[in-house]
Design a protein around this ligand. Structure first.
Ligand SMILES: Cc1cc2nc3c(=O)[nH]c(=O)nc-3n(C[C@H](O)[C@H](O)[C@H](O)COP(=O)(O)OP(=O)(O)OC[C@H]3O[C@@H](n4cnc5c(N)ncnc54)[C@H](O)[C@@H]3O)c2cc1C
Length: 464
């Protein structure tokens, strides 16, 4: 047993520090599909003080630590690297307070997103972040990755929903600002620097989020649209005609819809085969049928204007769930399609049509057996891309990466829209960030974690 593991057991007790076969399989791999690796030890603290004790020991002995939340991350950030100790927030779970006056919720970092959504709903509020991994991902992981999801258009990414944080720094110091106020300009807004830092700057232990009124009168529709240009005009027109009502504007390209019909067994929503299918949702308020009428009339106008070529409007909650089944069908694509390469990128809306056309052309020319799948949060400029082919191998994966990231760079997009950089995207960070930006990131990292014990090699290269 190493000195560091012995010191951790002495300080925290054997029930908090597990090794060998006692480490659960769950802690050996995140959702990035990398080969599982058992960490040197798994530490499961129950309090901020125990997190601080763990980090103080690891910092003194220069022991690298990987921080683990719900393990749903897709960039390899929580995936153990050889020799690392895993620090899991799985025992730091619970909603500590809902302040209905301030409209805030305070929770321990290991609390799942679903538990936060449910607690907010029970108190008559909405928490504005929602994503498919809601039942497993944690609020700490969401903050660390600045998670996005399905409602960014209306409520912003996690960053916009966080008011306060408690964070343990690499040397064990506790940095705390459990701020509940919308305005607080007293010096640097350090929590914003922690949000999205993917566990490289500190361990998030507590989070204060802001809550919103629950949207009412939600109307949903699937729309057939001929091009990205029409989809963007539709987005702007809808927002102008019904200001502030839009909640969701999700796009699925033709190849994606074909897979949902031919392989996932869903029925084709329209008789035609439009280039894009848009899932749109709007909160039309308490006015009952008049809200539904206004929604349908607006879509009618957009049909007359030619921005929409066909539309189906949900008449029931079952219809709404049926519409979401198209958007969420991608979670089964890994099972339904051959192997492939996956991307989470941003492309400026003005260049998105050009980017998808170039992607399709390059795939057809270079990998004719491949299916290019494109879908995502169009209103946020965020595309998820998958290139699937039975001929897939590592060399082809590298060539596809090069091709997709070249399109992203040429259209001034971002190599990561919402999943973060982790280890998988680290080689591509310079395509989206200048040398000076990366140097500033390294300087912040070095100041807060001089021995680079926290999530070493994630986001930034290992300094050693
Ligand atoms: C089905 C599915 C759907 C998804 N949909 C979306 C989506 O729509 N939008 C989106 O943004 N993401 C999505 N994701 C990705 C993932 O759910 C998010 O990145 C999520 O925020 C990760 O949370 P987690 O608790 O699972 O974190 P983990 O996977 O455990 O960790 C992610 C990163 O955060 C760090 N970290 C975790 N907890 C802490 C902490 N307390 N303090 C400091 N660092 C920490 C880890 O070290 C790692 O670098 C999806 C994933 C899946 C599997």
């Amino acid at each position: 047993m190493s000195d560091v593991i012995r010191a951790l057991i002495d300080a925290l007790g054997p029930e908090r520090v597990l090794t060998d076969a006692l480490v659960s399989v769950r802690n050996t791999a995140d959702a990035a599909s990398l080969p599982p690796l058992r960490p040197a030890a798994l530490v499961r603290p129950e309090s901020t003080a125990e997190v601080a004790t763990c980090l103080r020991i690891c910092n003194t002995l220069h022991q690298p630590v990987v921080i683990q939340g719900g393990m749903t991350g897709l960039a390899g950030g929580a995936h153990p690297q050889p020799g690392e100790i895993a620090l899991s927030l799985e025992r730091m779970v619970g909603i500590e307070e809902i302040d209905t006056q301030s409209g805030t919720l305070t929770a321990l970092a290991g609390t799942t997103l679903a538990a936060i959504q449910d607690a907010a709903a029970e108190a008559g509020f909405l928490y504005g972040v929602d994503l498919g991994a809601r039942g497993t991902c944690t609020i700490g992981g969401n903050v660390a990755t600045n998670a996005g999801g399905n409602q960014v258009l209306r409520y912003g990414m996690t960053r916009r929903n966080v008011l306060g944080l408690e964070v343990v720094l690499a040397d064990g110091r506790v940095l705390r600002s459990l701020n509940k106020m919308l305005k607080n300009n007293a010096g640097y807004d350090w929590p914003q620097a922690i949000i999205g830092s993917e566990g490289t700057l500190g361990v998030i232990t507590r989070v204060v989020v802001s809550l919103h009124p629950r949207p009412t009168g939600i109307q949903s529709a699937l729309l057939a649209v001929g091009s990205v240009a029409d989809a963007v005009s539709l987005l702007r027109r809808f927002d102008a005609l019904l200001p502030g009502r839009l909640l969701v504007f999700e796009a699925m390209w033709r190849e994606y819809m074909t897979v949902t019909v031919e392989r996932a067994g869903l029925t084709r929503p329209f008789p035609g085969d439009p280039d894009l299918t848009i899932l749109i949702e709007a909160a039309m308020g308490e006015d009952g049928s008049s809200g539904a009428d206004a929604f349908a009339e607006t879509l009618g106008l957009l049909l007359d204007e030619g921005l929409v070529t066909d539309a189906v409007v949900a008449q029931s909650q079952a219809d709404r769930q049926r519409f979401w089944a198209y958007r969420e069908a991608n979670y089964a694509f890994g099972r339904l399609l051959p192997k492939g390469a996956h991307f989470d990128v941003s492309i400026p809306l003005a260049r998105m049509g050009e980017a998808v056309a170039r992607l399709r052309a390059e795939v057809a020319a270079r990998w004719p057996s491949a299916i290019p799948i494109v879908f995502g949060h169009l209103a946020d400029s965020n595309l998820h891309i998958g290139i699937y082919t039975p001929d897939f191998d590592a060399a082809m994966g590298r060539a596809i990466n090069k091709s997709v990231y070249a399109i992203v760079a040429d259209t001034h997009g971002s190599v990561s829209a919402e999943h973060g950089i982790g280890t998988l995207k680290r080689p591509y960070l310079p395509l989206s960030r200048s040398e000076t930006e990366i140097a500033v990131m390294q300087a912040i990292k070095h100041t807060l974690d001089p021995h680079a014990i926290l999530n070493r090699g994630r986001v930034l290269p290992d300094p050693a």
